[in-house]
Every structure is written in C-alpha cells, then in structure tokens.
Design a protein around this ligand. Structure first.
Ligand SMILES: C=C(O[C@@H]1C=C(C(=O)O)C=C[C@H]1O)C(=O)O
Length: 346
C-alpha cells in the first residue's frame, strides 16, 4: 500500500493495489469498507460476491508479472448484491459494478446489451455520474469472426449503448480499454450520485469520442480523466482525479512508433498536461492541480515483455519511490501502441 494513501477518506473513495495473498495471509482491511475488488491473475472467473464483496477476476498476469488485487474502499456502510450476471455494491454515494462477457464471434450486440443493462441499473439506483470505467478485452487487436478488429467491434456496441442512453448519461467518464490474456470482455466501473464528477479532456489530444473513422466505425466512448469531488467538502476543491489509460497519442496520431522509451515519456507528458492546474481550471476545477508525480495506484500496460525493464526504469525514475505501481504484459488498443499508463491523483 502506498504511504500516500489518506488515513481515512470518510466520504470519498480510495483504492489499494496489493499482491494477491494466499488465503491464510489475506490482508485485513486497514480502514474502510470494501466496495469492490478486481483481481488481476492468470485466468478469468465469473464475477461473484466473495466475502459479501463483488470480485471481478481477470486474466492479466503471466510469468512476467505477479498477480495483484485492486481493492476499492469507502468510509460508508456498503450493501452488495447480484443483478443478472453482474455483481455490485453501493454505499449511497458510490456504486461499483462488475460483469463478464464470455468469448463472442462478434462483440457488437452483446456489448451493447451489457452496457445498456449496466447503464439502466446504474440510472435506476440514482448513481447518475459515471466516474471510472474499465474494459478489459481479450484479443483486443485480433480480428473477430467478421474480420473486424475486436477493439473496434467492442467500440461499436459501447457507442450504441451510450447513444441509446444519451438523455440519461450525456457525459462520458474516464476509462480504460486494454487487452487481457483470455478471450471475453470484463467490464467494471465506479459511479456516483449526481453533482460531484467533472470530466476532462487533454489539450494535447483529440477527444477520443471525436477520433476520425480511420480508427474504427464508432469512436471510443470515454473522457481523458474524471475529477470526483469529495463528499462534504464545501468550499474546498478536494477529491480524486481518475486518469484514463493514456498512451503516446498526440492529436489522434500514435507518435514514436517502434520506440518504447519515447512512447513512455510522451505518455507521461500527456498525463502531466492532463492533470495540471491549467487543464483543471479550464474544466472548472479550482485549485493548484496536480503534477505527474502525484499519480498513484498506477497501472502500466506493456505490450512486449522485453520492454518491461525500460518502461519500469522510466516510470520509477519519474514517479516517487512510494508510488504504488503495477505492471502488466498485455496488448494495447492500437497495434502500434507499446505502452499505456493510468492512475489516480489525490
Ligand atoms: C489509449 C487510448 O485509449 C484506450 C482505450 C480506452 C477505451 O476504449 O475505453 C480508454 C483509454 C485507453 O485505455 C487512447 O485512445 O488514447
């Protein structure tokens, strides 16, 4: 656990990235109630309530990296449940929702259904601000049964669902769309009661939802970051800035093709521009903003195992020593992207 984690954020949300422990050494929660867990390990499992808590298990580790679990916590009392294939938990301010879609010849229609069910459920429970979404996609850059790249196929279904719910969810939140090591799609997200989320774009990048059609028939449905104001912090701009999966893209172009070190550095510059005070103020969030060094609960996705050492080196020399960083050896959403980075600034 990072030393920079707040002792207690009674009315916020926070997370830890911890090694997956053997049952006998299961970590005891240091503080707060568990809203949801995401286990990054060597095989997928259907989402389930485990210890009365939603658990999503996704295949994202191999012999290159160690399994980890991301644990989302809240200071408020939590109630968990099952809705169809999905598991969820809510605390009256926040919702965590997780669902798995097994392997499909074509993802468009089942992804649309998955997202429509999720958005309907979320809306009906009053968590009308999406905060952070993860789309963990097996074979992300491989073709589907029709020859269309799986990520592009996925993006169509997701975009259709958001179009159908545009009256209720007019704004897209921070997200990640990244490869996993087994076919199928794992989706989980955090949403909040209205009035606390502000969605940000990056001045160095074209909004993803405006990408031109050469990247796919429907552009990706996400914002570059979402700031979630703390509950009960009147007059103070305190909260968490959820940074989407970020890569070496300027405008809409991949830059530094075939150069992993430069891609990593460009990605960190993109994050710096996104989280800085100028960009926050441009989006109506007051305060000093953040520095890339404030990024914590960092996930670094590296396409090729042989690039792990150089990416680690750059991340570890840029980010403070007490930063929680997990590395994954998985494909990124464009075949020419070698690395992607996400995290949370607090
Ligand atoms: C890397 C990019 O996109 C990736 C795909 C996303 C998605 O489809 O939800 C979100 C962020 C990134 O994980 C990008 O377009 O810059």
């Amino acid at each position: 656990m990072s030393n920079r984690q707040p002792e207690a954020r009674l009315h916020g949300l926070w997370s830890d990235l911890v090694p997956v422990a053997a049952p006998s050494e299961a970590p005891t929660a240091p503080h707060g109630n568990v809203l949801g867990r995401i286990r990054f390990t060597d095989a997928p499992t259907e989402p389930a309530l485990v210890d009365a808590t939603p658990l999503l298990t996704t295949h994202m580790t191999n012999e290159q990296v160690t399994p980890v679990e991301e644990i989302w916590r809240t200071g408020l009392p939590v109630r968990a449940g099952v809705s169809g294939d999905a598991v969820f938990a809510e605390d009256g301010e926040h919702l965590f929702y997780a669902v798995r879609l097994g392997p499909q010849p074509v993802y468009r229609r089942p992804v649309r259904e998955l997202y429509e069910n999720a958005l309907r459920f979320t809306w009906e429970r009053g968590y009308t601000d999406l905060v952070r979404m993860w789309n963990l996609i097996g074979g992300i850059t491989s073709p589907n049964a029709d020859g269309l790249e799986t990520y592009r196929d996925f993006c169509i279904g997701r975009a259709e669902a958001f179009a159908a719910f545009a009256d209720r969810f007019p704004q897209l939140s921070a997200a990640t769309g990244i490869g996993t090591l087994s076919p199928g799609v794992d989706v989980c997200f955090l949403a909040a009661k209205p009035g606390r989320a502000v969605h940000l774009e990056n001045p160095r990048q074209t909004p993803a939802y405006k990408y031109p059609s050469r990247y796919g028939p429907k552009s990706p449905s996400f914002a570059r970051a979402t700031f979630l104001r703390d509950v009960d912090a009147p007059g103070q701009e305190t909260g968490s800035l959820f940074v989407s999966g970020t890569a070496s893209i300027l405008g809409d172009d991949t830059v530094h093709v075939d150069d992993v070190a430069q891609q990593t550095e460009e990605t960190l510059r993109n994050i710096e521009a996104l989280v800085g005070g100028d960009n926050l103020r441009r989006h109506g969030v007051a305060g000093a903003g953040y520095d890339v060094k404030d990024l914590d609960q960092v996930k670094v996705y590296v396409r090729d195992a042989e690039h792990l050492p150089v990416v680690r080196n750059i991340c570890e020399s840029t980010l403070p020593a007490d930063t929680d960083i997990s590395y994954f050896n998985v494909a990124v959403c464009r075949p020419d992207l070698l690395v992607e980075i996400e995290g949370v600034c607090r």
